[in-house]
Design a protein around this ligand. Structure first.
Ligand code: SAM
Length: 356
């Protein structure tokens, strides 16, 4: 699955069923809760800054909102923070416009209804809207946004790493020696794609934010810069399961070799470097959390583990391999029983940024 096709197809599992993102997003919910103080601090600053908010209007966006209960969490935190802050300082609240973004194939059905309910229950929320499209493209007019939020999304790349798919280099070689030899090339290609995408994201948002506009984002990262452990936990787990399916003749090797999970987990150091190099934003705060407890809870049984993988990856798996989910589920359950939940050297990064 290459280039543009990837983002067009990418979305979390839809609906409300057992394998939906709506019912398998507790790790992400925990991260959103951790972002609350960062969002509250930013709102207090925005509401106090007359130069940023003139003339009393605030546009807040969540990028990569997905579907289910998490879709409205960040904007709800922001709206409550506006209300509380303005009440505390006895200031009239600004008119608020709330916009939610995700890729066009996202399940926006229930999100739209919840968004309308949020508007109806908050008199200062005047406008709500959905902006389908990739956050790696321009989505809003210049200088129109005050706060951009995004949780658990920016580790998703715009496409498979170019250096790999153009040169037909598999992300996970079935042959152990070849895999070891190419390990560095694969990791560097993923790191390069992330650098390109994240730089692009920063440039685009810098255009769309007002002067002194703010961003609060979180993404999955990794704990250290040790190259040997750089390969994403999600990519590695999915690849290991699929490679068993190749060896059992369920999927063919050529199809497997051309499959890339478009995810990269950067270290906090890499993220800092990219933000500094791009130059549009300063980092007000960066927090690095260890999500082991959340992950242990979320992946504590084979079915929870499989449902989470399906919630995140079923659409791109089916698009690339056809309907192999029955076999995928049984192979993934066996994988869990043999390997446990295989926690990687994981970290969640939460960053508060100010436009320079
Ligand atoms: C793991 S979900 C996180 C959803 C939600 N923010 C949360 O914290 O639970 C990642 C979301 O990012 C979206 N996404 C990935 N790449 C995107 C892109 N280029 N543009 C917009 N959304 C994207 C996916 O469709 C998915 O809904």
């Amino acid at each position: 699955m290459a280039s543009k096709q990837m983002t067009q197809m990418l979305h979390m599992n839809q609906g409300q069923g057992e394998t939906s993102y709506a019912r398998n997003s507790s790790i992400q919910t925990a991260e959103q809760k951790r972002m609350k103080p960062l969002i509250e601090a930013v709102i207090a600053e925005l509401c106090s800054s007359t130069s940023t908010l003139v003339p009393g209007k605030m546009v807040i966006v969540d990028m990569g909102c997905s579907t289910g209960p998490n879709a409205l969490t960040l904007v709800s935190i922001a709206v409550k923070a506006v209300q509380d802050h303005c009440f505390q300082v006895q200031q009239p609240p600004p008119e608020v416009c709330l916009l939610l973004n995700d890729l066009p194939n996202n399940d926006f059905n229930t999100v739209v209804k919840s968004l309308v309910m949020l508007r109806q229950s908050n008199e200062h929320v005047v406008v709500t809207g959905i902006t389908p499209g990739s956050f790696y493209e321009r989505l809003y007019t210049s200088g129109s946004l005050h706060l951009v939020c995004s949780s658990n999304s920016l580790h998703w790349l715009s496409k498979a790493p170019e250096d790999l798919f153009k040169n037909h280099i598999p992300a996970y070689d079935m042959d152990k020696d070849a895999r070891r030899q190419r390990h560095r090339i694969v990791l560097e290609a993923y790191a390069k794609q992330f650098r390109k995408d994240f730089t692009n994201f920063l440039k685009l948002r810098a255009k769309e934010l007002v002067s002194k506009g703010r961003m609060v984002v979180s993404l999955v990262g990794r704990r250290s810069d040790v190259t040997a452990t750089k390969f994403s936990y999600l990519s590695r787990t999915i690849s290991q399961i699929l490679s068993v399916m190749v060896s059992e003749g369920v999927i063919d090797k050529e199809t497997f070799d051309s499959f890339y999970v478009p995810v990269y987990e950067p270290s906090s150091k890499e993220v800092r470097e990219i933000i500094k190099e791009e130059g549009s934003f300063s980092i007000r705060e960066m927090q690095v959390h260890d999500p082991t407890t959340d992950m242990n809870n979320a992946l504590s049984t084979p079915s929870k583990f499989v449902n989470l993988l399906r919630a995140l990856c079923e659409p791109i798996l089916v698009q690339h391999f056809g309907d192999v989910m029955y076999e995928f589920v049984s192979t993934a359950e066996r994988h869990w029983s043999m390997e446990g939940n295989l926690l990687g050297p994981y970290a969640m990064l939460a960053i508060s940024l100010a436009k320079a």
